[in-house]
Design a protein around this ligand. Structure first.
Ligand code: BES
Ligand code: ZN
Ligand code: ZN
Length: 508
């Protein structure tokens, strides 16, 4: 979707639908909100009549369309919810609601009247960026294998009007930054949505190489022979059952600031997780094509960092393998030796994410001595049980890093929630026969014992944060109902906006 900025008022321009935000009617509120005087005028009073009749109330998700009696297009109103609670996130959601509601109704272009959205304490440039972000993200549909259901909306224009015209340059800058990150999110969703027969570990390597060419990043791909030389026994074990061999993929973005920090971003890239010999039940197994979401998000983060020319140096590490049963598959009882020489007792082949990450985390720390390591992984069903399918688990023993990520989360609307990591969890992953075991006998705190396992491979001297994105990495048609309209069915690319914001804000 093309995004433009225009200094005129939306109601004076030639768009199919000019959309405005409608704050929810308070209990004793009588007259139409003053921000909608223009809408009232161009509809010859129809908006006011609908308000008076309580046909429109400004509730979230409410989208109403009026024809202008002068024949100059339509006026759309989208509910913002209670006036006092309007923030960047409600504006982002409202823009996406409008785009989704109008799509397929002979709408090629929409206008977004900034003055009606930038209310309360929201700065106009933040409101404008949120409108663009919601429109781009909400307009997404995965159409590689079928035609689009409805004709997509081609252009959204943010209209500044007399209210905000003098902020044009600041608004342009904010909108352009956010639009380009949103485009990266769509690119990431397209890749995450690919099924496992197409998105093999080698295909992800090809995508990394292409990204490297486009943005002048150094890309190194370690194939199975190289992985054997490097003693990456975790990746080799998990990938052993598949005819698509594992890959460790590394991308280096040099950073805009030579003295800046080095941040390693590590992703779980299981292109399909059948569970292996500890096979999963058939129900929902197809969703396990999304088990590569962490690794694909890392590609998106590198793309965003390079697009925005962010200051920190960023190292992306993707641990890619396909977890299938087969003659070469690893088994419960096996002991695996990893990159840093530590050994893992395999008790459950379905706890494979931590096994591939063991090599990737140890490699990242050993080769690059990063100031910060952040990993993204669809790691545990336990995290989904604890936090639901909209929120990622954040586990970090470094308070400054955790706070910086929570701040980035609040700003982007990608929810994360911090969980503890203590000696109880460290004790639970100890093994009788190896340094650690990949699964515990007793079930409690599965997300935390997984984190304790990962910590073994990062060590305690590097600032590290683990994001368990098993819940929010994708949505389905039932979870979509209560999630924001800017999340489509399928891959969400969770983490790309969050970690990009963290890097942009200085990677504390
Ligand atoms: N990829 C799964 C985790 C997962 C489950 C993500 C559901 C999204 C939705 C992971 O590899 C896995 O199977 N984890 C096991 C670990 C257990 C065997 C210790 C789990 O969570 O059950
Ligand atoms: Zn698994
Ligand atoms: Zn998995």
């Amino acid at each position: 979707m093309k995004i433009s900025i225009d200094r005129r008022d939306a109601t004076e321009a030639n768009v199919d639908v000019s959309v405005s935000g409608l704050p929810e009617r308070a209990e004793k509120e009588e007259g139409l909100p003053r921000t909608l005087a223009r809408e009232e005028a161009v509809t010859a009073g129809l908006v006011g009549i609908a308000w008076k009749n309580r046909e429109i109330r400004g509730r979230r998700k409410e989208v109403t369309v009026f024809h202008r009696p002068d024949g100059k297009g339509r006026v759309g109103l989208v509910g913002l919810g209670p006036r006092d609670s309007v923030d960047v996130e409600s504006i982002r959601r409202a823009a996406a609601e409008a785009v989704r509601a109008l799509r397929g109704h002979s709408v090629q272009s929409i206008g977004l009247r900034l003055a009606s959205f930038a209310i309360g304490s929201v700065a106009p440039e933040d409101a404008a960026a949120a409108l663009a972000e919601g429109a781009v993200l909400g307009g997404y549909e995965f159409t590689r294998y079928r035609a689009p259901r409805d004709a997509p909306i081609e252009e959204a224009t943010v209209f500044l009007g007399s209210e905000h015209g003098r902020l044009e340059s600041a608004i342009r800058k904010a909108v352009e930054r956010t639009r380009s990150v949103a485009e990266v999110v769509l690119w990431t969703r397209d890749l995450s949505n690919l099924p496992a027969d197409t998105a093999t570990p080698e295909r992800l390597a090809e995508e990394a190489r292409a990204l490297g060419k486009e943005f002048d990043l150094k890309v190194t791909v370690f194939n199975e022979a190289k992985l054997a030389e490097m003693h990456c026994g975790g990746l080799l074990a998990v990938g052993g059952g598949s005819s698509h061999p594992p890959r460790l993929i590394v991308l280096e973005y040099a950073g805009g600031n030579r003295s800046g920090k080095t941040v390693a971003v590590v992703g779980k890239g299981i292109t399909f997780d059948s569970g292996g010999i500890s096979i999963k039940p058939a129900l929902h197994m197809a969703d396990m094509k999304f088990d590569k979401s962490g690794a694909v998000a890392v590609l998106g983060i590198l793309r965003a960092a390079a697009t925005l020319k962010l200051p920190p140096k960023v190292i992306g590490v993707l641990a890619c393998a396909e977890n299938l049963p087969g003659g070469g598959a690893y088994r419960p009882g096996d002991v695996v030796t990893t990159y840093n020489g530590k050994t893992i007792e395999i008790l459950n082949t379905d706890a494979e994410g931590r096994v591939v990450l063991s090599d990737a985390l140890a490699f990242a720390v050993d080769r690059y001595h990063p100031d910060v390591v952040i990993d993204l992984a669809t790691l545990t069903g336990a995290c989904v049980t604890a936090l639901g399918d909209d929120t990622a688990g954040l586990i970090s023993t470094n308070d400054a890093l955790a706070l910086a990520l929570l701040d980035a989360s609040a700003r982007t609307g990608e929810p994360i929630w911090r969980l503890p990591l203590t000696d109880v969890h460290r004790e639970l992953v100890k093994s009788e026969v190896a340094d650690v075991r990949n699964s515990t006998e007793i079930p409690p705190a599965g997300a935390l014992t997984a984190a304790a396992f990962l910590e073994t491979f990062v060590g305690t001297t590097t600032a590290w944060a683990h994001l368990d994105i098993a819940g929010p990495a994708w949505t389905n048609s039932s979870t979509r109902k209560y999630q924001p309209a800017y999340l489509p069915v399928g891959a969400t690319a969770f983490g790309v906006r969050l970690v990009t914001r963290y890097l942009e804000d200085g990677a504390r």
